[in-house]
Write a protein that binds this ligand. Sequence first.
Ligand SMILES: *Cc1c(COP(=O)(O)O)cnc(C)c1O
Length: 342
Amino acid sequence: MHLARFPRLRLAHLPTPLEPMKRLSRELGGPEIWIKRDDCTGLSTGGNKTRKLEFLMAEAEAEGADLVITQGATQSNHARQTAAFAAKLGVDCHILLEDRTGSTDPNYNENGNVFLDHLHGATAEKRGPGLDMNAEMLAVADGFRDGGRKVYTIPGGGSNPTGALGYVNCAFELVHQANDVGLVIDRIVHATGSAGTQAGMIVGLKAINANIPLLGFGVRAPQPKQEENVYNLAVQTAEKLGSPGIVRREDVVANTDYVGEGYGIPTEGTLEAIEMFAQLEGILLDPVYSGKGAAGLIDFIRKGRFKEGEKIVFLHTGGAAALFGYTAAFNYGDRPLAVAAE
Ligand SMILES: *Cc1c(COP(=O)(O)O)cnc(C)c1O
């Protein structure tokens, strides 16, 4: 398997750091928790989509695209990173944003990632919930093509075999870093959504026979659907890489117990996880993905499902820009700033 055979625009800040989280580990009293900082990929506040876009945007460039179109939820980190990447390449970016939460909060609808989409010069249009968003996007793309544009479309989350190559690369990078510092990783956990991150990681880990189990905490789909999506994409990604058959169904494990009411709606556990990472480690999580993944991690440790002595890597997929769309969830406006006790 030779990733260098695939066109890639090397724009991410890599390798991202691999760091111990000592205070969080002590607080939880269980495993030794490390963090892989893919929130620090360098483009417009970072995040996991930048690794995928290195491969996707190389394809767009090779095809001579002058317009990149993608889609996501209102506070999509993928849309924001695509807008930033397009700006860097000097191509136009158009985004379809799906209202998945029904929120009328002006911060949710205009701040955070939405604000950054505009700042990067992207144009956007909105859609109501429940549509086939990839079909909506393809219809919009046809309209632009009729107008003479050279369009490259990117599916939601950048999750196709090309995008997943970014996480094959991450798996190689992470194992290499762990080897360098003598860290024996017992398990990797992260938030899983449109499946490209988990699929790419699984393929990368299998390709080098790392023998490290991976657990994805879901943010939307029920477990059977999530695992099926990840598995199908992993199979296609392995084929693209010339290694068909390396992924088995049982390599794909997702837990969807921490979704709560639905996509984009943080639970109490999500908010607690965000505050713990912020206050113990100085690290920003997000309310849609990494906060839910971390809530799962914390709860698994509290329930003794991850044990003392284990070494766990939390893959931080980013998303902090969305925090500014969710300030109301934290109620800080009603709280006085903390004052030191007399
Ligand atoms: C998109 C995203 C994920 C999920 O990654 P997928 O590849 O879509 O499964 C996780 N965390 C953040 C912050 C994201 O933006």
